[in-house]
Every structure is written in C-alpha cells, then in structure tokens.
Design a protein around this ligand. Sequence first.
Ligand code: HEC
Length: 141
Amino acid sequence: MKQNIMALALVTACLALPAVAVPAVAGPRDDIVAGFAAAAKAADPAFTGFDAARGKALYESQNTASAESPSCASCHSASPLKAGKTRAGKAIDPMAVSVTPDRFTDLEKVEKWFGRNCNTVLGRECTAIEKGDFITYLSGL
Ligand code: HEC
C-alpha cells in the first residue's frame, strides 16, 4: 500500500513536471538585453528596439580617445568570428555568440567590460542603446 502511494506520487510528479518546465525561460543573455531595453526606453520613449547594423557600426567605428585602441575591433579583431588580442598580446575569445556561446551571459562581466572598454575607445560610457545594439549584432552572426 505504501509502495502504491509512493508510485502514485512519482507518477503525479512526473505528469506535473512538463507543466512546470514548458514555459520558455529566457536565458541570461535575453534578460541582460531586456534590462538594456528597459533602460533605453526610460532614457528615450521613442526607442523601438535594438539594431544589429548600429551595433556593427559601433564595433567598427574609429575613434580618437585612445591612439592604441581606436575601435572595439582593435582588440576584438576585425571579424567578431575570430579571436582578438589584448594590447599585451593575450588572446581574447571571439565576440560572436555563435563561436563563443557564453558571451554576454553574466551581467557583472558585461557591465565591467562595457565600462572599461567604452571609456578606453570612446572616452565615455556606452549608452543602454549602444550596449543592446552591440549584443544584438554579436548574437546574430
Ligand atoms: C584594449 C583592448 C580592448 C578594446 C579596445 C575593447 N575591448 Fe572589449 N574586452 C577586452 C577584454 C580583454 C575583454 C575580456 C576578455 C573576454 O571577455 O574574453 C573584453 C570583453 C568585453 C565584453 C564582455 C563580453 C562578455 O562575454 O560578457 C564586452 C561587452 C566588451 N568587451 C565590449 C567592448 C566594446 C563595446 C568595445 C568598443 C567600444 C570594446 N569592448 C573594445 C578588451 C578590449
């Protein structure tokens, strides 16, 4: 009898499981992008969405804040599908999510490096729109 109850409980639990698992849980990258979208909307009510073409333009843009690192591509390589290199010559994994799947999945890491690199390359913080565009571009390659 006790065993029957156990078995019933197990079957019930198994039947209940798909109902719990089915709703698609957004991944950490989606959550990070959603956070930037909310910030972008708050800063500019006319914001309608991120744009991969703008992200590509940011990645490739040549700037004047640093002679050694005029662009994101200076360290991250001209092609985001390829490995980059720090100024000290250390390899940086490719930025394209298709090649490096754990890119942009840790908010702390994402914010730390946007903070550091935008200031180096652009001489200022990146906006939420720029961050979302950048991730959108690199997620779609
Ligand atoms: C001076 C070299 C250098 C430049 C220039 C540079 N980066 Fe980076 N970036 C790095 C390094 C080093 C890392 C950390 C190593 C890694 O993530 O593989 C990194 C990581 C990042 C990350 C974190 C990625 C993740 O997986 O979460 C973001 C975001 C980023 N960079 C954005 C930018 C943007 C935007 C620009 C241009 C405005 C830029 N970087 C220019 C060196 C650079």
